[in-house]
Design a protein around this ligand. Sequence first.
Ligand SMILES: NC(=O)c1ccc[n+]([C@@H]2O[C@H](COP(=O)([O-])OP(=O)(O)OC[C@H]3O[C@@H](n4cnc5c(N)ncnc54)[C@H](O)[C@@H]3O)[C@@H](O)[C@H]2O)c1
Length: 272
Amino acid sequence: MSHKILEGKKGIIFGALDDQSIAWKTAESVADAGGSFVLTNAPVALRMGTINALAEQTNSKVIAADATNLDDLNELIDQAQEHLGGKLDFVLHSIGMSVNVRKGKHYTDLNHAWMTKGWDVSAVSFHKLMQCLYQKDAMNPWGSIVALSYVAAQRTFPNYNDMADNKAYLESIARSFGYFFGKDKKVRVNTISQSPTLTTAGKGVAGLDGFLNYAEKMSPLGNATAKECADYTVSLFSDYTRKVTLQNLFHDGGFSNVGVSQEIIDAISPNS
Ligand SMILES: NC(=O)c1ccc[n+]([C@@H]2O[C@H](COP(=O)([O-])OP(=O)(O)OC[C@H]3O[C@@H](n4cnc5c(N)ncnc54)[C@H](O)[C@@H]3O)[C@@H](O)[C@H]2O)c1
């Protein structure tokens, strides 16, 4: 699936940690589609990860930035524009982290300092990023900004813990900031609500295997892979989706609109 629909477009991709990351696959797909970009991640993640291999593969530069830090974000946006030679056409926010999930804290017994930290990283960072882009007038008209979400923003998934609340907040920021970005700069802002996916962040959710199997059996088209999410994101960065904005777009094989599937009925039926 390699059409050069992003030829000449420039952007920033946040969140490629390793080759399982949704952002990693997105970087590969964007490069295949002809786009050029700067890769970024938190300094600690850059030390742990293998991002330099991706940078080499996609002929891109890596610039460290903690997405919760306004100075880092401003510096990143300046450097990215300088390196790429002009304003940006696309930005991917593929960032999520809950300290409570990491430390196995139950939702009924959260550490609220950790909750605040996870909210800042997973949701408020999206506002911070867009505010920096907006104030610097760093996006070209008809540019596209995408963040990644999960259906736990709308429906209860007990093990998703405080990430559910972070995703609800993230989706709301996309709508609220998307209004001003659309009106003032002709830039679209959307979230993609992706199927459960085996990545470092995904594996942090307790019982992910069960989650994945359940979603697979519920979705008429099956779970969407990270690569499929990457290709969908390319379409949202392209000129073919110029009037799509303020949306939370489900990329989940149909999961979000299914009440129950025959496979699940068969699996739990007393006679099975
Ligand atoms: N894996 C899933 O099942 C799934 C499903 C739906 C949505 N998502 C979302 O997709 C996005 C990407 O996650 P992933 O599954 O590819 O996992 P991942 O662990 O590969 O990516 C998460 C990224 O967030 C980065 N990050 C954390 N703190 C940061 C900070 N302060 N500054 C900058 N970057 C920071 C990490 O370094 C990492 O690269 C997240 O928003 C996640 O919630 C994941």
